[in-house]
Write a protein that binds this ligand. Structure first.
Ligand SMILES: NC(=O)c1ccc[n+]([C@@H]2O[C@H](COP(=O)([O-])OP(=O)(O)OC[C@H]3O[C@@H](n4cnc5c(N)ncnc54)[C@H](O)[C@@H]3O)[C@@H](O)[C@H]2O)c1
Length: 270
């Protein structure tokens, strides 16, 4: 059901890899709410060609951008402004990757070269994105930028490894840049801390099945799925949430403030 929440709004969505991606589902939802969208992903991810199916469905151009490249980022923002005929209203940063996890290196033995790349892709890229928008005056007043994060930034989930540090940095950049952008242009910057969700990035975490069912049992409302996340993102892009900024917003069915649940107690008593 559409509420026309984003009628007349324009924005960029990073990170739609396949139809399970949170970004993919969010792009569909924002389109349904009336938004015009530019899609982007790393050139290497786009080679699989899946993103073109989404682009066709929502009549969006696809502009490649490796988020670790200043040049790609500048090109993306400039081309998006050309496409939209000027500045735009929202951006979804839905990007994450851990090289050490991918190479099977445990947290206590990480390779620092890989680690730098992980931090650059998963966290510093938000700064690069905001700084490029700032330099090009690309975001409209009351614009809204959302990045996706995970509760491992606050609490230890051992198998989340170096991504926990990346998410902590991502959340810090959200606050720090959010301050400056609020003063400059009333632009809002927030992170959504999402429940574990079955996607390519999600399934890359060791022991993901146990992880997701534990979270399900520990959340009074159950895990929030990707569709629910897309709804929440759309609300943050809308004019109904204008004074929300510099926040880490838990979207996790109550997991983050639950100590224990009856379901977990019963499991322990078995
Ligand atoms: N799935 C979960 O359980 C979960 C939970 C909380 C937060 N998140 C976060 O949600 C976001 C989206 O992940 P997802 O679960 O939809 O998985 P996904 O694998 O579909 O999306 C991750 C995206 O990052 C992109 N990416 C990687 N390196 C890039 C680069 N150098 N330049 C540009 N793009 C690059 C990938 O191509 C991919 O599209 C991530 O930040 C992830 O950490 C996921």
């Amino acid at each position: 059901m559409s509420y026309n929440l984003l009628k007349g709004k324009k924005g960029i969505i990073f990170g739609a890899l396949d139809e399970r991606s949170i970004a993919w589902i969010t792009a569909l939802r924002c389109h349904e709410e009336g938004a015009q969208i530019v899609l982007t992903n790393a050139p290497v991810a786009m080679r699989m060609g899946e993103i073109n199916k989404l682009a066709e469905k929502i009549s969006a151009p696809v502009i490649p951008c490796d988020v670790t490249s200043n040049e790609d980022m500048q090109n993306l923002i400039a081309k998006s402004m050309e496409h939209f005929g000027g500045s735009f209203d929202f951006v979804l940063h839905s990007v994450g990757m851990s090289l050490n996890m991918r190479k099977g290196k445990s947290y206590t033995e990480i390779d620092y070269g890989f680690n730098q790349k992980t931090l650059d892709i998963s966290a510093t890229s938000l700064h690069r994105l905001l700084a490029t928008c700032w330099k090009n005056d690309a975001l409209n007043e009351w614009g809204s930028v959302v990045a996706l994060t995970y509760i491992a930034a606050q609490r230890v989930f051992p198998d989340y490894s170096e991504m926990a540090d990346a998410k902590a940095l991502l959340e810090s950049i959200t606050r720090s840049f959010g301050y400056h952008y609020a003063l400059k242009k009333k632009v809002r910057v927030n992170t959504i801390s999402q429940s574990p969700t079955r996607t390519t990035a999600g399934s890359g975490v060791k022991g993901f099945d146990g992880f997701i069912s534990y979270a399900e049992k520990m959340s009074p409302l159950g895990n929030a799925d990707a569709e629910a996340c897309a709804n929440y993102v759309a609300s943050l892009f809308s004019d109904l949430t204008k004074y929300v900024t510099m926040q880490n917003l838990f979207h996790d069915g109550g997991f983050s403030t639950t100590g224990v649940t009856q379901s977990v107690i019963e499991q322990m008593e078995k």
